[in-house]
Design a protein around this ligand. Structure first.
Ligand code: AP5
Length: 266
């Protein structure tokens, strides 16, 4: 390429000058614009909401329909506990008490996960960030290279205790069920995989109340944080699961590939 330019320069210096001008004025900004566009195409969707709002339920249904990886910090922590890792051992007492797990444990676990190849196009975060500090750390890490959308699932506290204390979760694929609102087809068995259902150790009434208190103190301020950044959308998550899912799907189009089938809802 350089040789051609040198030849043009020798044959016709005025033409070379004009060509160089065009390159600098038009092509260079175009190349920079395209590079920037490419970089901002990474999508990060954040599901915000109190315990039991339906973040995991929505993410389970959306993950097959999206080109985004689903990352639940709660599921990652429970996986570590199940595998008996050091991280799991450290996190367990905080989780059983309904407290937040310290940031240094969360950041290393999460940022290792988002570096995986399936997160290249983007990811859907469920359970992170949970504090303004976590949101700021995420923002610094993304450094303007991603489009961030926060979807707040709004449900009154009065509905949440019943949702959580009657929840059962698949040990293998983490699909959540509800003994009244969305029971499995066969008692104790997951509809989606051969996994068994169990009740999480933090799903007792006492721990739920403490999780809700922490949510209001530390996590709810994120709603204003993302609203100020014009990145917030809200969903009425007190409606039946199908309707909640339709609202989220509409907000996330075109990130969501297909329409979600009503029969898929748990
Ligand atoms: P995590 O696992 O993230 O729990 P959570 O945020 O408290 O949320 P849940 O999983 O309880 O609820 P959900 O909104 O997913 O509801 P679901 O869809 O299951 O975190 C657990 C712990 O890990 C934390 O307490 C903390 O210790 C630690 N942790 C995690 N992330 C952390 C972080 N970033 N920093 C520090 N610590 C962290 O639905 C609930 C039930 O309701 C189900 O039974 C479902 O079937 C039913 N349901 C769902 N939608 C509907 C509906 N529309 N109508 C009726 N029922 C419904």
């Amino acid at each position: 390429m350089g040789e051609y330019f040198q030849t043009i320069r020798l044959i016709s210096p005025p033409f070379y000058g004009r060509l160089r001008g065009v390159m600098i004025k038009i092509l260079l900004p175009l190349i920079l614009f395209m590079a920037n566009l490419q970089a901002t195409q990474t999508q990060v969707v954040i599901l915000l909401g109190p315990p039991g709002a339906g973040k995991g339920s929505a993410a389970t249904l959306l993950k097959d329909k999206m080109e985004l990886a689903h990352i639940s910090t709660g599921d990652l922590l429970r996986q570590n506990i199940k595998n008996g890792t050091q991280l799991g051992e450290k996190a367990k007492s905080y989780m059983d008490a309904g407290d937040l797990v310290p940031d240094e444990l969360i950041f290393s676990m999460l940022f290792e996960r988002v570096d995986a190849p399936d997160c290249e196009k983007g990811y859907l975060l469920d359970g992170f960030p949970r504090t303004i500090e976590q949101a700021e750390t995420l923002q610094k890490r993304l450094a303007g290279r991603a489009q961030v959308k926060a979807v707040s699932l709004e449900v009154p506290d009065s509905a949440l205790v019943e949702r959580i204390t009657k929840r059962q979760v698949c040990r293998d694929c983490q699909t959540p069920y509800h003994l009244t609102f969305s029971p499995p087809k066969t008692k104790g068995k997951c509809d989606r995989c051969p996994g068994e259902l169990y009740q999480r150790s933090d799903d007792t009434e006492t721990v739920v109340k403490s999780r809700l208190k922490i949510y209001h103190e530390k996590t709810a301020p994120l709603i204003d944080y993302y609203r100020e950044q014009k990145a917030l959308q809200t969903v009425d998550a007190s409606l039946p699961p199908n309707e909640v899912l339709s609202q989220i799907t509409a907000l996330l189009t075109p990130v969501v590939k297909d329409k979600v089938g009503a029969g898929d809802v748990h």
